[in-house]
Design a protein around this ligand. Structure first.
Ligand code: ANZ
Ligand code: ZN
Length: 874
C-alpha cells in the first residue's frame, strides 16, 4: 500500500500556489507567433487597471479560461493573452486626489491586478502581456494615425466641448454635474475647438453589410444594436430655393424619408447652428439670443427628442420646389445640425414632432396622405390624425400627384425635381464621424505638428513614437502638456521653422480598437503586428465581454480591422468571429433610509442574515450595531449600492477553484448571476468531495487501469456508461452550448455515481479509476488546480492530458429495468436483457413473487411497453 502525496482533506491554499508556480516555471500556456496544427484565439476583453479586480472581471476571465482550457484539452494550441487598457481619466483623477503621477498609479495597479489574475489560475500566455500606455504599443497607433491622415481618413474640424472657465479646462461629459464643473463648481460653457475625426462614415455601409457575416457567431441583440447605431435611412434630398436671395442666396436642402408628403409642407425647420439661422440672426438680436439659448442646452440626441418643442421664425422664406409658393423658415430645437443637412421639411399632418410644433406656433396643417384612399366611400378628412406616419395611404390634396402610393409618389417627385437639380436619392446614416481628440494628459499623443506656415503636419515616421512624458502630476487645471515647452516645442518637418506639437491625446477607445491584433506579436518592432502572426492567429475565434461594450467598442474595433486591412496589416473583414456577452453579477442590497429620504447602503459582508427554510432572507442586521436594515433585493454589484463582493476575499477563503466553479455553475454565462454565499459553499463542498473520492481511491494503493470489458459486473457497466455519457455531455455543453452550468451539474452526477460505487474486484477498481480520472480531466477547465494536483497522483500531467474519448460501446445498455404493474399499479421491477423476447419478458414478469400475489385469476390483457413496463390486467 502506497500513501498518496496529498493531504486527505482538500485545502486550496495548500495547492494553488504550487500549481501556479509550476505553470509559470514551465510556461505551460506559452504559444509562438506562428504554430502548426489546429489553433484557436480566445480573448476576454482586457481590463482597465482601476486598482483591483471586481466580480465582473472574475466572471469574464473565468469564462474565457474555461473555453481556452477546453480547447487545450482537445489538443489545440490556444492563444489566451492578457493586458491592460491603461490610458484614461481615472488615473488623472487619482493624480489630482493623491498627487501621484498617472503612470506610477497605473503601473502599481497593474502589478497588483496581475497578481490577482494569476491567483485566479488563468491559462494565459503572460509573455504576451501588454499595456496600452507604453510607447512600444502606442508607437504603432501613431503610425496608423499618420497613414490615415495622409489618406484623408482623418481630418480636423471645429467641434463643441464643455469648457470649465475656472479650471480653464475641457471637461468630459461625465465631469459635468448639473451643468457645473465637477471640481470647480463653475457653470460650464460651450466652446468650439479644432479636433481630429476618423472618417468612420466612409465605412458605414460596409460596417452594416458585414454584420450579416456575423449572424451565426454573435448574439442577435448585439447585431441589432450595431445596426441601429449605424442607422441607415433611404430617402431623398430636396432643395427649397431661397425666396430672399438678397439675404441668403443658397437654397435650403432637407433630408426626408417621406418625400411622398412633399405637398403637405407648411414650413421648413432648421437647427439653431444652421448657416441660414446664423445669417438671419445677424440682423435680429432676438433670434441671436434664441440661438445662444439652444446652444447652451444638452447636445444629447435623446434629450432633444423629448425636450419641449421650442422655436422662432427666422423671417426668411424659401420656395416650395413644386408649387413655387413661399414657405416660412423656422428655427426649431428638435432639428439636429449633425443629422442629414440640419434642415427638415415640416409636414405637421403626418409627423408627430412637426404636429406638436405647428400647434404650439399656430402654423398651418395640411393633410396629404389618406390611409384609406381618397376615393374610399368612408373617407373622413377630419380623422386624418389617425394616419400619422402611415405609409399605407394614397396622396390627396397633392394636385397632379393625387392617388399615388408611397413609392409612386417618391418616383414622381424625383422624376420632376431631379432634372432641375432640386432633388436626388440619398442614403443617410445616423453614424457620425468619430471625434478622437481629448484635451487630456494621460493618453496617446496625437502625432501631429502645428506650423503657422504649413498648417497641420504629421510627425514623420522616423520620429515616431511621440513619447508622452510620464513624470507629470496633473493638478486639474488644463492639460499639463500645454505647460511643458520641452514637450510642445519642435520644428516643422515641412519648412524647418519653429512649430508646436499637438498636445491633445487620443480617445482611449482608439487603444482598445486594435489590442486584439497586437497580441498576435506584442513585441514586434516593425509594425502594428507581424504579418505571419496576424495570418496565424487572427481573427479572434471567441471574444468574451460585457454587453455594455456592445456598441462603441465593438464598432470601433470592427472599423479598425477594416482600416488595418486596407493598410495591408491584417487580412479578413472582421476581428471577432464569435462573441459571447456575459451577464451581470448581482448581489443582495441592504440599506437604511433617513427621514430626508437619503439612503445609506451596507455591504453584504457586514450584514448578518436569517433565512427561511427555502433560503429566502427574512431578516438582515448590520453587524456594526446589531440593528435591522432594509432588504433591497438583488442588484448589479456596484459602488453606488455598496453591494460589491471582493473576489479576493472569496479566493483567500475558499481558493480560486471554488470561485471559478461557483461562477460557472450559478448561471449560464450570458445570464445574470446572483451572488450567494451558500452557492459558494456548495461549490467548495463539491470540490472537497472530489478530493476525498480521489484520496480514498489512491489510499487503496496500486490498482490496475486495465479494464476487461468482457467481464463487467452490472454495477461496473452502469458506472462506465455514466462516465462516458458525462464525457459526451460535458464536451457538448462546453463547446456547442457554452452551458457551463449544466456541464458542472453533470460532473456532480458523475461524482455521486462514483462515490456510490463499491469496487469488489480488480476489474471494478479499474472502472472506478477510469471514472475518477475522467471526472478530474473534465473538471480541469473549471477547477484546474484541483485537477492538476489529483491527476498527478494518477500519474498524469494535466498540461499534456487530452479530452477523453467517448467509448460508444460503454453507452449501449445490455440490461434494462422494466416496471411490472397489475391493473395499472406498480407491483414489482425486473432487470432483463435489452433484447429479451416478449413472451420471455411476460413469463418473467408473471413469475415475480411480489406480482404473483395479485394475479388472482387469468390475465385478461397483457400490455408491453418496450424498454419500460409490463401491465397485467386481471
Ligand atoms: C418629412 C417627413 C414627413 C418626415 C413625415 C417624417 C415623417 P430617419 O428615419 O431617422 O432617417 N429629419 C431629417 N433631418 C433631420 C434633422 N437634422 N433633425 C431632426 N429630424 C430630421 O428620419 C428621417 C426624418 O427625420 C426625415 O423625414 C425628417 O422628417 C426628419 F410624415 O421629412 B421627415
Ligand atoms: Zn512649416
Amino acid at each position: 500500500m502506497t500513501t498518496p502525496h496529498i493531504d486527505p482533506e482538500y485545502q486550496a491554499s495548500a495547492i494553488e500556489p504550487t500549481v501556479q508556480k509550476d505553470w509559470d516555471d514551465r510556461k505551460s500556456f506559452k504559444v509562438a507567433d506562428t504554430v502548426e496544427g489546429k489553433h484557436r484565439y480566445i480573448l476576454s476583453m482586457f481590463p482597465y487597471p482601476s486598482g483591483k479586480l471586481h466580480m465582473g472581471h472574475v466572471r469574464n476571465y473565468t469564462i474565457g479560461d474555461v473555453i481556452s482550457r477546453f480547447y487545450r484539452l482537445k489538443g489545440e494550441s490556444v492563444l489566451q493573452p492578457m493586458g491592460w487598457d491603461a490610458f484614461g481619466l481615472p488615473a488623472e483623477n487619482a493624480a489630482i486626489a493623491h498627487k501621484v503621477a498617472p503612470a506610477k498609479w497605473t503601473f502599481e495597479n497593474i502589478a497588483y491586478m496581475r497578481d490577482q489574475l494569476k491567483k485566479l489560475g488563468l491559462s494565459v500566455d503572460w509573455d504576451r502581456e501588454l499595456a496600452t500606455c507604453t510607447p512600444e504599443y502606442y508607437h504603432w497607433e501613431q503610425w496608423l494615425f499618420v497613414q490615415l491622415y495622409k489618406k484623408g481618413l482623418i481630418y480636423r474640424k471645429l467641434s463643441t466641448v464643455n469648457w470649465d472657465p475656472v479650471d480653464q479646462t475641457v471637461l468630459a461629459n461625465e465631469q459635468v454635474e448639473n451643468g457645473r464643473g465637477w471640481r470647480s463648481g463653475a457653470l460650464v460653457e460651450k466652446r468650439d475647438i479644432p479636433m481630429y475625426y476618423f472618417r468612420i462614415t466612409d465605412y458605414a455601409q460596409e460596417l452594416l453589410d458585414d454584420l450579416d457575416t456575423l449572424k451565426d457567431g454573435w448574439p442577435q441583440q448585439v447585431l441589432t444594436m450595431q445596426r441601429n447605431w449605424i442607422g441607415r435611412s433611404q430617402g431623398m434630398e430636396i432643395t427649397f430655393p431661397s425666396a430672399n436671395p438678397e439675404v441668403y442666396a443658397d437654397g435650403l436642402t432637407v433630408f426626408t424619408t417621406r418625400a411622398d408628403t412633399l405637398m403637405g409642407v407648411t414650413y421648413v425647420a432648421v437647427a439653431a447652428e444652421h448657416p441660414m439661422a446664423l445669417k438671419a440672426a445677424e440682423t435680429n438680436p432676438e433670434l441671436k439670443a434664441f440661438i445662444e439659448e439652444c446652444r447652451m442646452g444638452s447636445v444629447a440626441e435623446a434629450d432633444l427628442a423629448t425636450a419641449e418643442k421650442k422655436g422662432m421664425a427666422t423671417g426668411l422664406s424659401v420656395k416650395h420646389p413644386v408649387t413655387g409658393q413661399e414657405v416660412p423658415v423656422w428655427i426649431a430645437n428638435y432639428v439636429l445640425m449633425s443629422y442629414g443637412s440640419g434642415a427638415v421639411m415640416a409636414v405637421p399632418a403626418h409627423d408627430e414632432r412637426d404636429f406638436e410644433f405647428a400647434n404650439k406656433y399656430h402654423l398651418p396643417i395640411k393633410q396629404v396622405i389618406d390611409a384609406k384612399g381618397a376615393d374610399d366611400a368612408d373617407y373622413d378628412a377630419s380623422q386624418w390624425q389617425e394616419w400619422y406616419g402611415s405609409k399605407a395611404g394614397k396622396l390627396v390634396n397633392s394636385a397632379e400627384f393625387d392617388g399615388l402610393d408611397l413609392q409612386g409618389a417618391y418616383d414622381a417627385f424625383l422624376a420632376k425635381l431631379e432634372p432641375q437639380s432640386l432633388a436626388n436619392s440619398k442614403v443617410q446614416f445616423r453614424l457620425r464621424d468619430w471625434g478622437v481628440s481629448r484635451q487630456r494628459y494621460w493618453g496617446c499623443p496625437i502625432p501631429m505638428i502645428n506650423c503657422e506656415k504649413c498648417g497641420q503636419v504629421p510627425v514623420p515616421e522616423d520620429q515616431l513614437p511621440v513619447i508622452l512624458p510620464t513624470d507629470v502630476v496633473p493638478d486639474g487645471s488644463g492639460n499639463p502638456l500645454n505647460k511643458m515647452p520641452e514637450f510642445y516645442q519642435t520644428t516643422c518637418p515641412c519648412c524647418g521653422g519653429e512649430a508646436r506639437r499637438e498636445t491633445d491625446t487620443l480617445d482611449t477607445f482608439v487603444e482598445s480598437s486594435w489590442y486584439y491584433a497586437r497580441y498576435a506579436s506584442p513585441d514586434f518592432t516593425g509594425g502594428m503586428v507581424r504579418p505571419e502572426a496576424a495570418q496565424n492567429w487572427l481573427p479572434v475565434d471567441q471574444y468574451i465581454g460585457g454587453v455594455e461594450h456592445a456598441i462603441l467598442h465593438l464598432l470601433y474595433a470592427r472599423f479598425f480591422h477594416k482600416l488595418m486591412r486596407d493598410e495591408g496589416v491584417v487580412q479578413g473583414n472582421e476581428p471577432f468571429s464569435n462573441l459571447l456577452t456575459q451577464g451581470m453579477v448581482l448581489a443582495d442590497t441592504f440599506y437604511r433610509e433617513e427621514t430626508s429620504g437619503k439612503k445609506t447602503w451596507f455591504n453584504p459582508a457586514d450584514i448578518d442574515l436569517e433565512r427561511d427554510e427555502k433560503g429566502r432572507i427574512i431578516s438582515a442586521k448590520y453587524q456594526g450595531d446589531g440593528q435591522e436594515v432594509v432588504i433591497g433585493g438583488q442588484e448589479k454589484m456596484s459602488k453606488s449600492k455598496n453591494n460589491g463582493i471582493d473576489p479576493q476575499a472569496i479566493i483567500d477563503q475558499y481558493g480560486a477553484d471554488t470561485a471559478r466553479v461557483f461562477m460557472m455553475f450559478a448561471a449560464p454565462p450570458d445570464q445574470s448571476l446572483e451572488w450567494s454565499d451558500a452557492g459558494v459553499e456548495g461549490s467548495n463542498r463539491f470540490l472537497k468531495r472530489v478530493w476525498r473520492l480521489a484520496f480514498a481511491y489512491l489510499e487503496k494503493g496500486n490498482q490496475t487501469a486495465q479494464i476487461d470489458k468482457a467481464s463487467l459486473s452490472k454495477e461496473a457497466q452502469d458506472l462506465r456508461r455514466k462516465t462516458h455519457e458525462t464525457i459526451q455531455k460535458v464536451g457538448d455543453d462546453i463547446e456547442r452550448r457554452h452551458a457551463f452550468n449544466t456541464a458542472i451539474a453533470a460532473l456532480m452526477e458523475l461524482l455521486n455515481a462514483t462515490s456510490k460505487f463499491e469496487a469488489k474486484s480488480d476489474n471494478d477498481a479499474a472502472v472506478e479509476r477510469e471514472a475518477i480520472v475522467t471526472l478530474l480531466t473534465l473538471l480541469a477547465p473549471f477547477a484546474p488546480h484541483v485537477s492538476q494536483t489529483l491527476l498527478a497522483e494518477f500519474g498524469q500531467d494535466l498540461t499534456q492530458v487530452l479530452f477523453p474519448e467517448v467509448d460508444e460501446s460503454a453507452l449501449t445498455r445490455n440490461t434494462q429495468t422494466i416496471v411490472v404493474q397489475v391493473n395499472g399499479k406498480l407491483r414489482g421491477k425486473l432487470e432483463v436483457a435489452v433484447d429479451i423476447a416478449k413472451d420471455q419478458l411476460l413469463a418473467q414478469a408473471k413469475a415475480l413473487p411480489e406480482v404473483q400475489q395479485f394475479l388472482t385469476g387469468p390475465t385478461k390483457k397483457e400490455i408491453v411497453v418496450p424498454n419500460k413496463l409490463v401491465n397485467l390486467v386481471v
